[in-house]
Design a protein around this ligand. Structure first.
Ligand SMILES: [Zn+2]
Length: 351
C-alpha cells in the first residue's frame, strides 16, 4: 500500500465514522415538531354541547357542512377547556412546574389576571416573564390587555362533528315537581327541583296525569360517530414569539410537553361538558391515527369526515417523512401517546 492509498483509506474511514456518528445523533435527538390526532369517536346518549335553552326546550348544537348537511357538533372550545383543565390538574400537583397566581386558581383570564410585575415598556420581556412563571399560560395561551401581549395555544381543537348519516337525536320530556303541588305541607317557593321524571315523547299518557303539577321541559340526547381533529405544536413550548428566543431550558420544555400528552389521554378517556350529571356519555370507541413530525414539516390535517381518511393520511404522511401510528381503541392510543410523552420537544435554534 502506498502512502497515498493509505491516506485515502484513512479519509474514507473518517467519513464513514462521521456518517455513523451523525446517524446516532439523529436517533438520540428524536425531537418532536408537531403531533396531530385525527380520528372517529363513538359517543352514545350524551348532551355535551347545546345551543342554549329557548323557553322550555334545550337545543342541541347544530353545525352545517360544506354540502349543506346539518349535523351534530361539540365545539372545539369545550374540548380545549377540558384539555386545559387536565393540564392544570397535573401542573398543580407536580413539583417544579410553575403556575402564575391566576392559573394557580385556574382562572380563565390566565396571565391577564396576573399582570403584577410584568414589564410594561418591553413586550418581549413581558412575554418572557409570563412563559417563565407559568406552564399553563405557555401551553394554552393567553391575551393580556396591558401590556398588549398574547400567545396562541400550543394545542388546537377543531369541532367534534357528527359523521354524515351516523348521528341520532332524541328529545326527552322532563317534568320537575314542586313539593307543595304534590300535596306536601310547605310552600314550594324556596324549594327548587325536587323530583325529575323522564319519559320519551311517545309516552304522553303518563305526562297527562302530572300536567297540572309540573314544569315540563325538553332535553336532547344524542348518539353518533364523530370526527375529531386536534393539533399540538411541541416546538413552540417556551418559545417567545416576540423576539423568537427560547425562554426555557430543555428539561423544563420536556416537563411541559409531558403534561400535554397526558392531558390528551385523559381528555379522550373522560370527555366533559354540559348535562353530564344526567347524561354522562357512553363511550363506545375511538379509532384513528397519530401523526408525528420529527422535522420542521407540518403534519397534514385531512378530516376523518372522509371515509378514506386513514389511507389518505398515511399516504400523505409517507410522502412527507411523517410518522403515522394507527390505533383502533383507547388502549392502543395510550400505548402511542405514552412513549411520545417522554420525547423531547424540538428546539429549532439555540438561544
Ligand atoms: Zn398562568
Amino acid at each position: 500500500m502506498t502512502t497515498q492509498d493509505f491516506q485515502r483509506a484513512e479519509e474514507r474511514q473518517q467519513v464513514s465514522q462521521e456518517q455513523s456518528q451523525s446517524q446516532a445523533d439523529k436517533a438520540v435527538n428524536k425531537g418532536v415538531f408537531e403531533i396531530a390526532i385525527l380520528g372517529r369517536v363513538i359517543w352514545n346518549l350524551h348532551s355535551l354541547n347545546n345551543e342554549g335553552t329557548i323557553g322550555n326546550a334545550t337545543e342541541p348544537r347544530t353545525v352545517v357542512l360544506w354540502d349543506g348537511t346539518k349535523t351534530d357538533g361539540v365545539s372545539g372550545e369545550m374540548m380545549k377547556h377540558i384539555h386545559a383543565f387536565w393540564t392544570w390538574l397535573q401542573a398543580k400537583n407536580a413539583t417544579g412546574i410553575p403556575l402564575c397566581t391566576a392559573c394557580q386558581r385556574f382562572q380563565p383570564q390566565r396571565a391577564d389576571a396576573a399582570r403584577v410585575g410584568l414589564p410594561s415598556e418591553d413586550n418581549a420581556l413581558a412575554v418572557k416573564e409570563v412563559l417563565s412563571r407559568c406552564a399553563l399560560c405557555d401551553l394554552h395561551g393567553f391575551l393580556v390587555q396591558d401590556p398588549p401581549i398574547n400567545r396562541q395555544s400550543t394545542v388546537e381543537f377543531g369541532w367534534i362533528v357528527g359523521v354524515r348519516d351516523s348521528v341520532h337525536r332524541e328529545f326527552h320530556i322532563h317534568a320537575r315537581h314542586a313539593v307543595a303541588e304534590r300535596g306536601a305541607a310547605r310552600a314550594a317557593k324556596e324549594v327548587a327541583a325536587q323530583m325529575v321524571y323522564s319519559t320519551s315523547e311517545g309516552q304522553k299518557g303518563r305526562q297527562k296525569k302530572e300536567v297540572a303539577a309540573q314544569m315540563v321541559y325538553h332535553r336532547p340526547t344524542r348518539s353518533g360517530v364523530y370526527a375529531l381533529v386536534t393539533l399540538y405544536q411541541p416546538w413552540r413550548i417556551g418559545l417567545n414569539e416576540v423576539d423568537y428566543t427560547y425562554v426555557l431550558d430543555d428539561s423544563q420544555r420536556q416537563l411541559r410537553h409531558g403534561l400535554i400528552l397526558t392531558a390528551y389521554e385523559w381528555t379522550f378517556k373522560r370527555p366533559d361538558g354540559a348535562m353530564i350529571t344526567t347524561r354522562l356519555p357512553h363511550i363506545e370507541g375511538f379509532e384513528g391515527v397519530v401523526l408525528v413530525s420529527r422535522q420542521p414539516v407540518p403534519v397534514p390535517l385531512l378530516s376523518p369526515l372522509r371515509d378514506d381518511y386513514l389511507e389518505r393520511l398515511q399516504a400523505l404522511a409517507q410522502k412527507q417523512g411523517i410518522e403515522a401510528h394507527r390505533f383502533g381503541d383507547l388502549v392502543k392510543l395510550i400505548d402511542i401517546l405514552q412513549p411520545l410523552a417522554k420525547a423531547q420537544p424540538l428546539r429549532l435554534f439555540q438561544s
